[in-house]
Design a binder for this molecule. Sequence first.
Ligand SMILES: Nc1ncnc2c1ncn2[C@@H]1O[C@H](COP(=O)(O)OP(=O)(O)O)[C@@H](O)[C@H]1O
Ligand SMILES: [Mg+2]
Length: 277
Amino acid sequence: MNDDSLGEPVSHTGRELDVHLIHSEKMASIGQLAAGVAHEINNPVGYVFSNLKIMAKYIRDLQTIIDTIDTSSSLEEVKAVKRNIDYTYIRQDLEDLLSESVYGVETIIDIVSALKDFSYDDGDEYKEVDLYKGLNSTLSVVNNEIKYKAEIVKQFSDLPLVECVPSQINQVFMNLLVNAAHAIEETGVITLSTWVEGDRVWFEVADNGVGMDEATLSRIYEPFFTTKPPGQGTGLGLAICYSILKKHNATMEVESELGAGTRFRFFLPIKRQTPMS
Ligand SMILES: Nc1ncnc2c1ncn2[C@@H]1O[C@H](COP(=O)(O)OP(=O)(O)O)[C@@H](O)[C@H]1O
Ligand SMILES: [Mg+2]
C-alpha cells in the first residue's frame, strides 16, 4: 500500500474475509470474554480505590487548613499551617490522582459497554440517520486525541439516510479514529472517505501511521489483543467494532503495511438487514 492508494476504492480480498470468519468464533464466546472482563476491570478498580483513599487524606488536610481560618488569630498562622501541610504538593497530586481516576473509570465504562455489546441485548433502536451527524459529534469527542497529531482530510460524498443503531455506529467511528491517531507517532494525516455502493454505504478511515505486520493483523479483532502499553489500550476497540458491524450485517476490510499506514473500511447496508448467522 502506498499513499496514493489510500483514498481509492479497493475490492474485498479473501484474506480479510478469512480473518472475519476465524475471529467470529472468538467473538461468539461470551463466557470466555466475561472471565477476561473481570480481570481487566480489576486493574482500574484497584488504582481508583487506592487513589480515593489518598484523596480522602488530602481532603482532611485541606479541611484542617480551612478550619484554621476560624480558629487562628492571624493570617500568618493560617499560612504556617498551609506550609506545614505541604499544600503545593497536595494541590498538584490531587489533580493527578483525579485525572488518573477518571481515566480508570472511563476504562471500566468501555469494558462494561463492550460486554453489553457482546451480550445480545437488543434494546437499542434502529433509526434512519444522517451518518455525518454522528460522525461530527464523534469527531468532536475525539478531537483532543487527534488535533495535535493529525490533519483530518474529508473525502465525503452525499449519503442517503442509513438505518442503523446510531450510538453503535458512532462507537465504530470513534474506535477507528482513536486507533488511527494512536498509529501516528509524530504527525500525520487521517483521511475519512465515504461512498454509496449499491444498497450499501461505505466509510473509510485511512492513516499514514506505523502500520501492522501480518502477525498483528491476524489478531486485531480478538478481545483484549493490544500492542499498546498498559493503560493506553484495552484491546477492545476493534472487537467492539466487529460485534457492532456484525449485528448490522456490515463488513469490514482492512489493509495495512508496516511503516506506510492502515486503512479500515466498513460497508453498511442502507436498509436494516437481519444479520446472517
Ligand atoms: N490504525 C491502526 N494502525 C496500526 N495498528 C492498528 C490500527 N488499528 C488497530 N491497530 C492494532 O490493533 C490492535 C488492537 O486494536 P484495538 O482493538 O482498537 O485495541 P487497542 O487500541 O486498545 O490496542 C492495536 O493494539 C494495534 O496493534
Ligand atoms: Mg483501539
